[in-house]
Design a protein around this ligand. Structure first.
Ligand code: FES
Length: 448
């Protein structure tokens, strides 16, 4: 509680205590109050299209198996055997009707029921009621645009209430065609000695770092005009810890650059009839390019096709999850997404462009991951850990109009006329500390 009070006081001055990036007590509270109550992304439906398909995922530090059972239903099952806690599923993905625990052989169906116990009759007599000993199921599972989420809280906001404006944003990202998007292969995974919040915070709206940390990408011709482009971004705060940054590339590159720079043939397939007027304006003029859905799902769609010198590759859509491993460590899970209607060559092009920039050796990714490993070290430093970090960029130095909501905006949440500031990050940490105190609550307005 003392730490939370310190955080709140620091946030009032656009600061944040260094120690929250590597602290056992904070991490434990995050697992209970944030990952134990929020809707957490697990998988995309295109990863488990057939009956029996499964993937192994996580809710915070808890391993879960996401299955599609014989009835076509999605189940989210705890991957701990009820007998002694061994992980019953030891592979990342596959297709199976059953999961047999490697320790003593208890066997569970892919909807979680206990269906087999070796030597049952000789050893248990009638004492073991299999109905009581199935795998624990996440109390609530739901999906939106194919994105499967689960909540470990039996009660609380529905997924739609939880996502609020972030669902509206997702519709722009993946709902431009009736068949939607699909994953282009399994997620790439790699460990970083960085705190999970740093990824979420960065993708919520850290436009400030782009011109410095990623400048080498401009120098070698992968992305144009990084430094000046970030200054014209817009920012959106949907409340509930969800954010995006819009990029007005039509202003910069003219109308032929609409739809994130997709080629005309691809763009012609898009169907905007399901979008409202504000969404249509955004996808045609200033679409979302990065964003975060609280707590740990983020995305990026490149505002132009990635290029190497003169060679144009493809528009990149990456969804990524900052999986907490420990107070100062996370695992980055990185999916490349493609339109379901795209053929295999187009999908491969998008995958390669995605991995080239946002993969474990990607030109942007390696910049970020090295920079992010500083905070957990500082948080353990006897000198630094009692100090504070600075979050006032764009708040004190810019004209008030840039800090206030755009009154002409008709969509959910708040739009600010500039994304070139740290207001989304401050809002993210306010939401983080509120959730640590109270668990998740659907809020449609920005927290004060
Ligand atoms: Fe799974 Fe014993 S721990 S069967």
């Amino acid at each position: 509680a003392a730490t939370l009070e310190r955080v709140e006081q620091a946030l009032d001055n656009d600061r944040l205590p260094v120690e929250i990036f590597n602290d056992e007590a904070v991490f434990k509270a995050e697992m209970d109050q944030i990952f134990g109550t929020c809707w957490v992304f697990l998988a995309h439906e295109s990863e488990i299209p057939k009956a029996g398909d499964f993937v192994q995922r996580r809710i915070g530090v808890d391993p879960v198996i996401v299955t599609r059972d014989g009835k076509g239903e999605v189940n989210v099952l705890s991957n701990y055997c009820r007998h002694r806690g061994t992980q019953v599923c030891q592979t990342d993905a596959g297709n199976s009707r059953f999961f047999k625990c490697p320790y003593h052989g208890w066997t569970y169906s892919n909807d979680g029921d206990l269906v087999g116990t070796p030597n049952k009759h000789g050893a248990y007599a009638e004492n073991l009621d299999p109905k009581e000993w199935g795998l624990y199921r996440a109390p609530r599972v739901d999906s939106r645009f194919g994105f499967i989420f689960a909540s470990l809280a039996a009660e609380g906001p529905t997924l739609d209430e939880y996502l609020g404006g972030a669902g509206w944003m997702l519709q722009m990202m993946v709902g431009l065609h009736p068949d939607g998007m699909r994953v282009a292969g399994p997620p790439e995974r790699y460990k970083l000695k960085a705190n999970w919040k740093t990824g979420s915070e960065n993708f919520a709206g850290d436009t400030y770092h782009v011109g410095t940390l990623h400048y080498s990408n401009e120098e070698i011709g992968i992305a144009p005009d990084l430094k000046s482009n970030v200054e014209v971004t817009r920012s959106y705060d949907f409340g509930n810890g969800h954010y995006t940054i819009g990029f007005p590339f039509v202003e910069l590159a003219g109308p032929f650059a609409a739809f994130w720079g997709y080629d005309p043939e691809t763009a012609a397939k898009f169907d905007l009839s399901g979008l409202d007027e504000t969404q249509r304006h955004m996808v045609e003029n200033e679409p979302p390019i990065v964003g975060t859905i609280f707590p740990n799902l983020s995305f990026l769609r490149s505002p132009v096709p990635v290029r190497i010198g003169e060679m144009e590759m493809a528009v990149v859509t990456t969804f990524r999850q900052w999986q907490p491993v420990g107070p100062g460590e996370m695992e980055l899970w990185n999916w490349q997404f493609v339109w379901t209607f795209q053929d295999e060559q187009q999908a491969l092009d998008a995958y390669v462009a995605g991995q080239f920039t946002f993969g474990s050796a990607g030109t942007f990714e390696v910049d970020d991951t090295v920079a992010w490993e500083g905070a957990p070290k500082a948080a353990k430093s006897p000198w630094m850990r009692r100090q504070e970090m600075e979050f006032s960029f764009g708040q004190a130095h810019m004209s008030p109009v840039n800090r206030e909501a755009d009154p002409t905006y008709k969509g959910p949440g708040i739009k600010r006329p500039t994304g070139f500031g740290e207001h989304n990050q401050i809002s993210f940490y306010r939401h983080w500390v509120n959730t640590l105190r109270h668990g998740t609550q659907a809020t449609s307005v920005q927290e004060g």
